[in-house]
Design a protein around this ligand. Structure first.
Ligand code: PNW
Length: 440
């Protein structure tokens, strides 16, 4: 290799988790039920009948986990706040014990010199709000803004993320049914989409009105789309797919309008457009201060618009390994949606590696994946992409939604019977990258 890729000295290195995936303690200290508790209770929804009741027990072990983050030398920890801990039924006055947990977490981070980055919604909607229509009900967006205000006022955190991956909620939760709330209904899905975006905008406004100097943005999973061959049909299919994957979320936030082609396609399938009220797009396009970008996989589509896989596969059937896609999407966002610094809020893959007889977890494949993706991100930065930081998904092995505990995305191995944590080889490799600021 020629000269090593060097990152700016102020580049921020971190790791991510999400409340339902790591915390456990789902009935403690007044937490109310979320849609994921409900979803997991239905046989067949989650592999092996797994649920988040214990997960990685982070709710009780957060102090050890903070030590782990500090030992790895990380400068940032991205976690999510469980709405049902703060408002057990999704509205009304705050549950003090829920807030206290996140206060202790933030204090622990600050004491260790680690920057907290909080996601307000990583999919664990209070079940009581789902019972009133969930994201199909416009009121949920208003409730979200109220919940966000409680969090902003109670927690001393500079950087906030509103909604984690609205696209995954829309596609997996409402179109394909493999995530909570488990619907398969395009018409309802895009109504939910509009209200998720509205929630993002309303909360962003609240932050700007109440807390100058803080920053907020969405965490979008972006998927560069490519034609699988050079027919005009495949090219057109890739453009259509780009609308559903990327522009449907980026355009309203950055430009204050839904992409016309995509909205037309959606309108042939349901009433989303009827739910867009005067002024909504002005709310949704409230200027953001940071853009959270999550990159996992490209999407190649053929002339029929079907997804095809052309590269190395992983244990996650939707994830094909294509580091160049990371470069492409960052450069494209910089070009088409300029002016907002990007922070990578997730990137990673599942591997099956477990501790060997010597206790080491040899996840060579994750090291290769991370090295190749960091190199691609670095090239994008050289090409002008304004990227402030990077968070690996995930700090810990955790509850991987419909796949339960079968897929391990952590750089730290979790033995779920003892809750023992073992940093994998990738964690030790990452620690060296963070320390040196360069990729060798
Ligand atoms: C993201 N897909 O989810 C989430 O933000 C994390 O909570 C999750 O653990 C991680 O990526 C790994 O899956 C996704 O089917 C789930 O394309 C599914 C898809 C994409 C992202």
């Amino acid at each position: 290799m020629n000269s090593p890729a060097r990152f700016p000295t102020d580049f921020v290195w971190g790791a991510s988790t999400a409340a339902y995936q790591v915390e456990g303690a789902t009935t403690e200290d007044g937490r109310g039920p979320s849609v994921w508790d409900t979803f997991c209770a239905v046989p067949g929804n989650v592999l092996d009948g797994d649920n988040g009741d214990q997960a990685a027990d982070h709710y009780h072990r957060y102090n050890d986990d903070l030590d782990l983050i500090a030992d790895l030398g990380l400068g940032s920890y991205r976690f999510s706040i469980a709405w049902p801990r703060i408002q057990p039924t999704g509205s009304g006055k705050a549950n003090q014990k829920g807030l206290d947990f996140y206060r202790r977490l933030v204090d622990g981070l600050v004491e260790r010199g680690i920057r907290p980055m909080a996601t307000l919604f990583h999919w664990d909607l209070p079940q009581a709000l789902q019972d009133r229509g969930g994201w199909e009900n416009r009121d949920t967006a208003e409730r979200f803004a109220e919940y966000a205000e409680i969090c902003f006022d109670a927690l001393e955190i500079r950087d906030w993320l509103t909604i984690n991956e609205p696209k995954t909620v829309v596609d997996c939760g409402y179109r394909e049914g493999q995530h909570a709330p488990g619907f398969k209904d395009d018409a309802r899905a895009f109504v939910a989409c509009h209200h998720l975006l509205l929630a993002h905008g309303l909360a962003s406004r609240v932050l700007h009105e109440r807390h100058a100097g803080r920053r907020i943005g969405p965490a979008l999973n972006l998927h560069p789309t490519y034609p699988a061959d050079d027919t005009p049909e495949a090219l057109e299919a890739a453009r259509h797919q780009d609308g559903l994957e990327n522009r449907l979320y980026l355009d309203p936030i950055f430009k204050g309008s839904y992409p016309e082609d995509t909205l037309r396609w959606i309108s042939e399938r349901g009433p989303m457009a009827d739910y867009i009220l005067d002024g909504d797009l002005a709310v949704i396009s409230e200027p953001i201060d940071i853009l959270g970008v999550q990159y996992y996989t490209p999407i190649f589509v053929d002339a029929k618009g079907e997804r095809v896989f052309l590269h190395e596969r992983t244990q996650a059937e939707w994830l094909e390994v294509y580091p160049e896609g990371f470069h492409d999407i960052l450069v494209r966002v910089q070009r088409d949606y300029p002016g907002v610094p990007m922070i990578i809020t997730e990137n990673g893959l599942p591997t099956e590696d477990a501790p060997g007889p010597d206790g080491r977890v040899r996840d060579e494949r994750r090291i290769t994946f991370l090295r190749d993706h960091l190199a691609a991100m670095h090239r994008a930065m050289e090409d002008g992409a304004q990227v402030e930081g990077y968070h690996v998904w995930s700090l810990l092995d955790n509850f991987e939604w419909a796949q339960g505990y079968s897929q391990r995305f952590g750089i730290v191995y979790v033995d779920y019977s003892t809750q023992k944590r073992t940093p994998k080889d990738s964690a030790l490799w990452y620690r060296d990258v963070v320390k040196s600021g360069e990729l060798r």
